[in-house]
Design a protein around this ligand. Structure first.
Ligand code: PEP
Ligand code: MN
Length: 346
């Protein structure tokens, strides 16, 4: 059950609702939303009787039963799209948001050149990993704190918001000091202690789908973050492992349409990790816009042939500029479709 309190419900009213829920044998989770307190009740009890009583209590706006295993992130819980405002841009709103930049922050020159170029071409945010999850322990692990400082410099130079990965619970505070959005990589999608720690921050989280995770598991991971107090979550489809070997992963674009039905959270597509090959990035980006994604996460490097990580899938700057130009008619259609759909599924 989810109980939404009225915007000006008093503390006493909220406490009384909590007590009543507990009397019915449920456990209580409450989150302080932007304008109201929302209480989630989980467990087994007499739902119908409990809902009836709660609906009649002072300060309660609505009490509803949610059948999905994920509650706060479900469309049943909230029919309007979640919009996440970051640094003047809005993910999940009326604009298709492109987040671009290198796989890894490698040097001041590299990140500044990329940031200036992607900003000029229309990206609203800069990506770049300072902590890198690498398959081999002998590969470059990222510039860590020095990389975070370079990202901050790039933000000062361009005004772009910063999206960067946090791999460990112990780095959350440090990364949150430098980043506007905390990225959780595919390999950490089910790192539950990390997800709980993200619930305690106020920074938005970009949660990437695990490469072998189902859509339901992705939503359950998002639920962890929201249930622990942080409602600002953006999902990202980045390709899943299948029997196909022609691409690095299989870009599951249908996940975007499925997620748009199941959740109110914004959904991005990362065509770079999905494809693994730069020539496939622009067509997948166009398809992502067509299917109703809220934006893209794209790897761009000033000299992909020299990139320390993921060079093969990184677009060179002119290729990124071209991709952005080629997206224009698709984005016109995207805006029309979004405006017509409003909060409904696109
Ligand atoms: C990345 O964005 O550079 C990255 C490591 O992505 P993923 O976690 O999706 O593999
Ligand atoms: Mn990468």
């Amino acid at each position: 059950m989810i109980i939404s309190m009225k915007p000006h419900a008093t503390k006493e009213q909220i406490d009384r609702v909590r007590e009543r829920i507990e009397q019915f044998g449920y456990r209580v989770h409450s989150i302080q939303g932007d304008e109201r307190v929302v209480i989630g009740a989980v467990g087994v009890g007499d739902v119908t009787a409990c809902l009836e009583q709660l609906e009649a209590m002072p300060g309660v706006e609505s009490a509803v039963r949610i059948s999905a295993p994920y509650k706060f992130v479900s469309r049943e819980f909230r029919q309007t799209r979640t919009r996440i405002r970051v640094n003047g841009a809005e993910i999940g709103g009326d604009e298709f948001i492109v987040i671009a930049g290198p796989c890894s922050v490698e040097s001041e020159e590299q990140i500044l050149r990329t940031a200036e170029a992607v900003a000029r071409a229309g990206a609203k945010m800069l990506r770049g990993g300072a902590y890198k999850p690498r398959t081999s322990p002998y590969e470059f692990q990222g510039m860590e704190e020095a990389g975070l400082k370079l990202l901050r410099k790039a933000k000062q130079a361009t005004g772009l918001a910063i999206v960067t990965e946090v791999m460990s619970e112990s780095d959350v505070d440090l990364v949150a000091e430098h980043a506007d959005i905390l990225q959780i990589g595919a390999r950490n999608m089910q790192n539950f202690s990390l997800l709980k720690a993200l619930g305690r921050t106020t920074r938005p989280v970009l949660l990437k789908r695990g490469m072998s995770s189902t859509i339901r598991e992705l939503l359950m991971s998002a639920e962890y973050i929201v249930a622990h107090g942080n409602p600002h979550v953006v999902l990202c489809e980045r390709g899943i492992r299948t029997f196909e070997t022609a691409t690095r992963n299989t870009c599951d674009l249908s996940a975007v349409a499925v997620l748009n039905e199941l959740t109110h959270l914004p959904v991005l597509v990362d065509p770079s990790h999905a494809a693994g090959r730069r020539s496939l990035v622009p067509p997948l980006a166009r398809a992502a816009a067509a299917i109703g994604a809220d934006g893209l996460l794209v790897e761009v490097h000033p000299a992909p042939e020299n990139a320390i990580s993921d060079g093969a899938q990184s677009l060179a700057i002119p290729e990124f500029e071209r991709m952005m130009r080629d997206l224009v008619p698709y984005l016109r259609l995207w805006r029309e479709t979004r405006a017509a759909a409003g909060d409904a599924t696109m």
